[in-house]
Design a protein around this ligand. Structure first.
Ligand code: HEM
Length: 192
């Protein structure tokens, strides 16, 4: 058996970028996420590694953002890489903080917005943030076993869409700040 997570009818997660700003988690979705986090957090290092190894397999262009992973094609080399382990853990720790702020929407918004701003300076573009959610869902599967119900999956998707949507806004805000403080166009922001 997986973790004891109750299932009930849920509001479906939004599918398009336009809907992101409108996503609101229901009380039931918050509860499902917080309950499942208790199981997920027991193995966050493994989940973080799996998430990034799979992200790099499905979207190799993401590797280019990390200086130390450029040109590394061997999955086993990635799996044991200290930097990848560290970034995976940073991402999972951010999710942990977000879960802890599920009932504090303003603090949650600021957390995700500020992280988006930082990613502008890391050269990690919003298009790439969107690739993370499916890999996160796959990575948490083993911790939850049969506890990963469609309702729980929808709840996590809704949270990810909200967080990555906020990160995207923070990214663009930082890009605007760089553009107005410089006479030279900072970067081509088309298609990101
Ligand atoms: C939902 C998606 C993501 C989350 C929640 C996330 C989270 C984080 C966090 C918490 C940090 C540390 C921030 C700090 O300095 O305080 C970070 C750093 C970083 N992120 Fe992300 N990240 C995400 C997606 C990505 C993607 C897709 C890429 C690249 C393709 C990326 C590239 C980086 C880089 C290069 C750094 C700086 C180096 C490092 O800390 O390892 N991130 N990210």
């Amino acid at each position: 058996m997986g973790c004891p997570i109750s299932a009930s009818a849920q509001k479906p997660a939004a599918d398009t970028l336009e809907e992101i700003a409108l996503v609101n988690l229901t009380d039931k979705q918050r509860e499902l996420i917080m309950d499942s986090w208790k199981c997920i957090q027991q193995d966050i290092t493994r989940a973080g590694i799996i998430l990034f190894v799979r992200l790099f397999e499905s979207h190799p262009e993401c590797k280019e953002v990390f200086f130390e992973f450029r040109g590394v094609d061997d999955v086993e080399m990635l799996r044991v890489n200290k930097e990848l382990r560290a970034h995976g853990l940073r991402v999972m720790s951010f999710i942990e903080k977000s879960v802890a702020r599920l009932h504090e929407p303003e603090r949650l918004e600021k957390l995700a917005f500020d992280l988006g701003r930082k990613h502008y300076n890391y050269n990690a573009i919003p298009k790439y943030f969107m690739y993370v959610m499916p890999e996160f869902i796959r990575a948490i599967g083993p911790s939850l076993k049969d506890g990963l119900t469609p309702e729980l999956e929808d709840a996590w998707k809704a949270l990810f869409q909200y967080l990555t949507g906020m990160m995207r806004q923070g990214f663009h805000e930082e890009a605007r700040r760089h553009t107005v403080s410089s006479t030279v166009p900072d970067r081509n922001l088309k298609d990101i």
